[in-house]
Structures are given as structure tokens and as C-alpha cells.
Design a protein around this ligand. Structure first.
Ligand SMILES: Nc1ncnc2c1ncn2[C@@H]1O[C@H](COP(=O)(O)OP(=O)(O)OP(=O)(O)O)[C@@H](O)[C@H]1O
Length: 328
């Protein structure tokens, strides 16, 4: 049985909007935030869950934690119906919302952890062990006595991630865990998550706007838009869907006219002896490199992978129907 299983999951919000019938008349309107989503995640998977603003990502996560009750469909996490058995599920899941903290603002970090120790009734030895591990790997040692409000964003985020893991959850939901962090903090958080996934087999569902998070952490990605699942597969498959291109950067021995006679490659631009050629992301670079090397005096070359951001933007561009068509 999959660890997380959604079948035609729906969440409909009813909102009141100002209607045409007068300034004080409000009309009811339905927002289908999640509109029939089905997927399964196996234990130990690390999956990216991405989409534009308002796509329905947070609403899905809230249903997975039991905070929101679905309007339709079926949902199981570790065999548990989250909305019905929220407290029982809470023992098995960890949640990190990047934009909000679960820590107590005025308390030193270690006091928040002590409270969680009690709340989750974590056995003492296990609590110690998990805390020590998080403190070491997330470099929290010097921060334990600092009130949360005095922590930098990156420090607070690391504090929040540790808080979500003290009770050994089997699944971790991360909503924008690297938002607003500097490059060093991002790298540290990513490394920690990768290690958690490989060493403990924790299942991770990651929502992010930073596609480098996905590139570095997830081999599988789900793209959601308007409450519907638009893509579910390997990250590499997204390139094919977005018809993206890879770039070959060629350093020639000297400045030469644009390379336009290599089949399958498109000249993009040049800067002195350096030229950039584009070719489809779905084809192999080897024959192209061989063809260039056979015809031109090469000093060096490198291949740049396509920018997923551009791929996603391409997917999100156009009408919903066109996008869905392109994904078939
Ligand atoms: N409590 C609510 N009442 C009414 N509408 C809501 C509510 N929560 C979410 N929505 C609407 O549901 C849709 C999906 O919102 P959701 O927050 O799940 O998107 P998201 O993909 O997480 O977006 P973001 O990346 O901006 O966080 C949006 O149109 C949003 O306005």
C-alpha cells in the first residue's frame, strides 16, 4: 500500500464576492482549490510539489495534515484518514511552513523543544538522541539559548526543521523551506534534507518556488495548476514536455564566424572565441560534441542543463487547455 494516497481529492471553498445587484449584495462563488487530484507516494520517496501561486499546493498539504477536511475524494496517509484522526496522524508526520514558525516567539529555542517533548510525549532517550543529531547537523548549538524572535530567518528555519523532526516523523511536509534564505543556508538545509531522506528513509513532500531545491533533492516532481495535476514524473521528463534546450558552450582557439553547419545545433550567440549552441534537451550531447570537434579547433567545452524555471514558465504560459494538451 502506498504511504500517501489521494484519489480524486477535492476542496471547494465558498467565498462571497460583491455582485452586480447592489453595493451590499454579495454573491456566493465557489473556488475549486483542489479539483480532483490523484497520486500515490511510496515510503521513502522525496517528491517535489510545485505550481504557480494559488495552484492549490497549500490546500493539498493542509488536507494531508488533517487541518482541512476534503470536500470530496479519498485520502490516506500511513493508512490514516487525516481529517478523522488528526491527532493520531500528528505523531507520524512533521510539517514545516517556511513563512510561519511553529516555535514560541519569546522562548529560547531549547524551551520550544522541551514543550514539544511533552506535547508529543516523546520518550526521553529518543528526544535526546534526535535533538543532539539535529543540533549537530543543523548547527544549532549556539542558538539553543536564543529567543526565537532574535534568530535570523535561516537560523529560525533550521530551528523549525529540527522541531518538526523531534518525534521521528515518517513523513515530512515542507512548504517553502528555503524561502528568503541566503545561498549558504539553502545549501545547508538541502544537505540536511538529503541526508534525512537517505539515512532515515523519511518520506518528503516538498513545495517550493525555488526550482534548485527540486533539482537537487527530488527525482520525481508533480506540477499542479488550477487545482489539477498537470504532470507527475521524473524531473528530466519536464524538459521534454517544455521542449527545452540544452546549451553547449564552446571555447575555440580563436574567434571564428558563427557555427551554423552542425546538424541538430542552433547558433545562439558568441563572445570572442566563445560560442553558445542550443540543442534539444532530449537528445544526447555526445554526437554534437564530436561533430563540433571534427570541424573546429576546440580548446574547451561544457554543457549547461536547461533552466527548469523556463520550462515551467512555458508550461504555465498559454491557456489551461493548451497546457494540458502539451502534456499528453
Ligand atoms: N480558506 C480559503 N477560503 C477561500 N479560498 C481559499 C482559501 N484557501 C485557499 N483559497 C483559494 O484556493 C486557491 C488555492 O490556494 P492555495 O493556497 O492552496 O494555493 P498555493 O498553490 O499554495 O499558492 P501559493 O504558492 O501562493 O501559496 C486559491 O485560489 C486561493 O485563493
Amino acid at each position: 500500500m502506498p504511504f500517501i494516497e489521494l484519489e480524486s481529492l477535492e476542496k471547494v471553498f465558498t467565498v462571497r464576492v460583491r455582485g452586480n445587484a447592489g453595493p451590499f449584495r454579495r454573491e456566493k462563488r465557489e473556488v475549486r482549490a483542489v479539483d480532483g487530484i490523484s497520486f500515490a507516494v511510496e515510503r521513502g520517496e522525496m517528491v517535489g510539489y510545485i505550481g504557480p501561486n494559488g495552484a492549490g499546493k497549500s490546500t493539498t498539504i493542509k488536507m494531508l495534515t488533517g487541518i482541512l477536511t476534503p470536500s470530496g475524494g479519498r485520502l490516506r496517509v500511513a493508512g490514516i484518514d487525516p481529517a478523522r484522526e488528526r491527532t493520531r496522524l500528528a505523531q507520524r508526520i512533521g510539517v514545516v511552513f517556511g513563512q510561519r514558525t511553529t516555535l514560541w516567539w519569546d522562548l529560547p529555542l531549547k524551551d520550544s523543544y522541551r514543550l514539544m517533548h511533552r506535547m508529543y510525549r516523546i520518550p526521553d532517550a529518543r528526544f535526546r538522541e534526535n535533538l543532539d543529531r539535529c543540533v549537530e547537523l543543523l548547527e544549532l548549538g549556539e542558538l539553543l539559548d536564543v529567543p526565537v524572535r532574535q534568530l535570523s530567518l535561516g537560523q529560525r528555519m533550521r530551528g523549525d526543521i529540527a522541531a518538526a523532526l523531534l518525534h521521528d516523523p515518517e513523513v515530512l511536509y515542507l512548504d517553502e523551506p528555503t524561502i528568503g534564505l541566503d545561498v549558504v543556508s539553502k545549501a545547508r538545509v538541502r544537505e540536511f534534507l538529503r541526508d534525512l531522506n537517505t539515512s532515515r528513509g523519511t518520506t518528503v513532500l516538498l513545495t517550493t518556488h525555488d526550482l534548485t531545491d527540486i533539482e537537487q533533492l527530488c527525482s520525481r516532481v508533480m506540477v499542479i495548476d488550477h487545482g489539477r495535476l498537470m504532470y507527475d514524473g521524473e524531473l528530466s521528463g519536464l524538459h521534454a514536455v517544455g521542449e527545452s534546450e540544452r546549451l553547449l558552450m564552446v571555447d575555440l582557439e580563436r574567434e571564428l564566424p558563427p557555427i551554423t553547419d552542425v546538424p541538430g545545433a542552433r547558433f545562439v550567440r558568441s563572445e570572442g572565441p566563445r560560442q553558445w549552441l542550443a540543442f534539444p534537451a532530449t537528445t544526447s550531447a555526445a554526437p554534437l560534441v564530436a561533430a563540433v570537434a571534427a570541424k573546429y579547433p576546440l580548446l574547451d567545452l561544457s554543457v549547461r542543463e536547461p533552466d527548469i524555471e523556463a520550462v515551467i514558465a512555458k508550461m504555465y504560459g498559454g491557456t489551461r487547455e493548451e497546457r494540458r494538451e502539451s502534456l499528453r
